[in-house]
Every structure is written in structure tokens, then in C-alpha cells.
Design a protein around this ligand. Structure first.
Ligand SMILES: [Zn+2]
Length: 384
């Protein structure tokens, strides 16, 4: 990761460069700021800049890592010998004393697939390797601080500095935090911690006070849109729309786009629900519910949100104020005949049906039963 790959944040990059160039690198740098603002990408670019030897060669650009020296290649392939990663994990089903290195392959995949570090994606990745995450949020265990201490006690192998990159220290249990504090209080020589936090106020104050904080502000919407266009093969108009409703988080914008990509699928399911409910086709509605129950819970919730939105759009459609409508062409075509079924008597009640279902799904209820219940209530409300 080079500074050139980071969206915006010119002031932060200038400050980091100044610190490194003047050879006054603090023992622990804390990049703090909102989720999805490219903090860990900044941390990676900083580590690569510190280690890069190519940028100091005659004729090279000294303001960014070169991207081609051995150090840079090791960083870019996430295999740098003097760089160590610590991040929240879960316990494996068997075994104890979990450490980040147990999940290093999943971690490398995650950094490649989700360089803006979407925590939900990380949770899904941990769940996919057969570990138990049900009801347990990924965290740092005390074994992590022991493992890191052992690594940092060895001398660096190919560069001056050993770097410990830490993601989300707010997810440390207390025992781990106390041991980690020791590492920060009695630093090994030539060791740098680069720590990134989404919720710095939740970091143990004694740890926080050992770090030099650098504030990373939320990205502006245009920077979010531009990063998505450059990295995700999305057209500029869609990227901008997603960015405009994502509060400066690239991850939130990408989730919006994922939902947008599911739009047709959701539209078809919504149309089926309404048609079958209107015709009171109970057996088909049971199959409809089973079909949706097979989706993941995140998608089920996204679908229910979509239903709420389309309800609202159809209610507004009746007001004949096209400026207020935000439907695509297939949704609008459907509304020509459907909107008249959504009226003042049933719109709030129907909305409640989807909201209740969202709560029940989020509470791990049985999706087949919940969605069949949705269908039955829609039958009753559609003709009011
Ligand atoms: Zn280099």
C-alpha cells in the first residue's frame, strides 16, 4: 500500500511523512477516526514508507514508497518479515490460547478483498473457517499479548524497525490490555506500534496515553465515490449515489452498492409477495417464505428494508409528485397498477409488518415462520 493509493487525507499523510523523515517516529502511533475512513490503509502505507529503501535511491521519488524494492514487495504481498499483525479473533472450536497468527491466511484474504476493513466482512470470514462466532464478537485474548511480546523481543531481520500493526485495540479484554500496556511502557528498541481504532474512547486510558494520536477525519462523499470508481468497477453515477448516503464510510457505500446490486432480485421477491398475497395463494406464499429463509440474515434484513422503501415509494406515487419518487424504471412500471393498493388506511400497518420482521430476524427467530407470518399479514392488509 502506497500513500498514492489512499483516498484524500493529504494532511494526515503530510504529517506522517514529516514524522518519519525527521526520524522522530513515536513508539506508538494511534490513527483514530470513523469506520470506513481508510485508517488501516494509512497504517499499511506508513509501515511500507518506513521500511522502503527504494525511495531513498538517487532519482527516486522520496515522498512515497517505491512499490518495487524488496521491502515494498514484502509489504504489498502482506509477508513483510519485520511487520506483525494483531487483530480481533475468535476461539477455534478446539484448542485454546488463540492468537492472530492462527488466522493469518484469512487475514491476508480479508486485506485483499476488503482493504477498507469492513468489520462485518471480517466476522463473516472468521465464521467461514469453522470457528464459533455465534453470539461472540471477535476480540483480543491475553495469549495475543504474550505472542506479540515474544516476536518483538527478537531482533529485526532485514530492516531497522520492527513494526506491530494493531487493528481495533478497543476490542481487547482487560487481561490482554494490561499485558499490552507493558509492551508499550517498556518498549523494545527500534519497535514501532501503528494502531488504528474506530472507537478510541473505548481504549484503556493507560494504553491510549502511551500513544501519539493522529486524528483521521471522515472522508468527504466525493472521495468515497472516487475510491469506489477507481477500485470497484462501478460507474461514477452509482458510486456517487451510494457515497451520498454513506456518511463518509467507504464500507457503508460498498454495502449500499451490494444492496443496489441485489435490487432486481429484491424487486422480483417483493412483486411475488404482493401478487400472491392479493390472490391469497397460501401454498405458494409458504414456498416464497422458504425461499427467502434460505438467504443469509443480512440479506433478509436488507430485503425487509427494501420492502419498507418500496411501500413508501408506492404511497408517494399516489400523490402524483414524481420529484419525490426515487424508483427505477421497473419499480415505476409496477407501481402504475400496484400503488393504488397502498393507502392511508394500510401503509403504516404494512410498514409495521416489515419492521417487526426485521426485529425478529435480528433476534435470530425462525426465518421460515417470520416470512410466512409477513405473507399472511400482507394478505389481510392489502385489501383494506
Ligand atoms: Zn520500496
Amino acid at each position: 500500500m502506497r500513500f498514492a493509493d489512499i483516498p484524500a487525507h493529504k494532511d494526515v499523510i503530510d504529517r506522517i511523512r514529516q514524522i518519519v523523515d525527521s526520524d522522530r517516529i513515536p513508539h506508538a502511533i494511534l490513527l483514530r477516526g470513523p469506520e470506513g475512513s481508510a485508517k488501516f490503509a494509512l497504517a499499511r502505507a506508513t509501515a511500507q514508507y518506513i521500511h522502503c529503501t527504494g525511495r531513498l535511491q538517487p532519482g527516486a521519488d522520496p515522498t512515497d514508497s517505491c512499490g518495487i524494492c524488496t521491502q515494498c514487495i514484502q509489504h504489498q504481498t502482506l509477508n513483510h518479515v519485520d511487520t506483525h499483525y494483531s487483530f480481533p479473533i475468535v476461539k477455534k472450536k478446539s484448542g485454546s490460547n488463540p492468537i492472530s497468527d492462527d488466522f493469518i491466511e484469512q487475514w491476508r484474504e480479508f486485506l485483499i478483498e476488503s482493504p477498507m476493513m469492513d468489520f462485518e466482512t471480517w466476522c463473516a470470514k472468521l465464521a467461514s473457517v469453522g470457528t464459533s462466532t455465534a453470539g461472540v464478537s471477535p476480540m483480543f485474548y491475553v495469549s495475543e499479548s504474550d505472542a506479540l511480546a515474544a516476536k518483538l523481543a527478537t531482533t529485526s531481520r532485514s530492516t531497522r524497525y520492527k513494526i506491530a500493526m494493531m487493528w481495533l485495540p478497543e476490542r481487547m479484554n482487560e487481561a490482554c490490555a494490561n499485558k499490552m500496556l507493558k509492551l508499550l511502557e517498556e518498549p523494545q528498541p527500534e519497535t514501532i506500534f501503528i494502531i488504528t481504532s474506530d472507537n478510541a474512547t473505548e481504549i484503556l486510558p493507560t494504553i491510549y496515553s502511551r500513544c501519539q494520536p493522529i486524528e483521521v477525519k471522515r472522508l468527504d462523499n466525493n472521495a468515497v465515490a472516487q475510491w469506489i470508481v477507481d477500485n470497484k468497477n462501478v460507474n461514477p453515477e452509482d458510486a456517487q449515489k451510494a457515497a451520498d448516503i454513506s456518511s463518509g464510510s467507504i464500507n457503508a457505500a460498498l454495502r449500499q452498492l451490494d444492496i443496489a446490486a441485489s435490487g432486481n432480485d429484491f424487486f422480483d421477491r417483493f412483486v411475488s409477495l404482493m401478487r400472491l398475497a392479493y390472490q391469497r395463494k397460501i401454498i405458494e406464499l409458504r414456498l416464497w417464505a422458504q425461499d427467502i429463509a434460505a438467504l443469509g440474515r443480512d440479506r433478509q434484513v436488507a430485503f425487509l428494508n427494501y420492502c419498507c422503501r418500496l411501500l413508501r415509494e408506492n404511497f408517494i406515487y399516489n400523490l402524483n409528485m414524481p420529484d419525490l419518487n426515487g424508483m427505477n424504471s421497473s419499480e415505476r412500471d409496477f407501481s402504475k397498477n400496484f400503488a393504488r393498493f397502498i393507502n392511508e388506511r394500510n401503509v403504516l400497518k404494512l410498514n409495521r409488518v416489515f419492521e417487526d420482521a426485521t426485529t425478529d430476524i435480528a433476534g435470530n427467530g425462525n426465518a421460515k415462520i417470520i416470512f410466512f407470518d409477513v405473507a399472511v399479514r400482507v394478505i389481510l392488509l392489502l385489501k383494506q
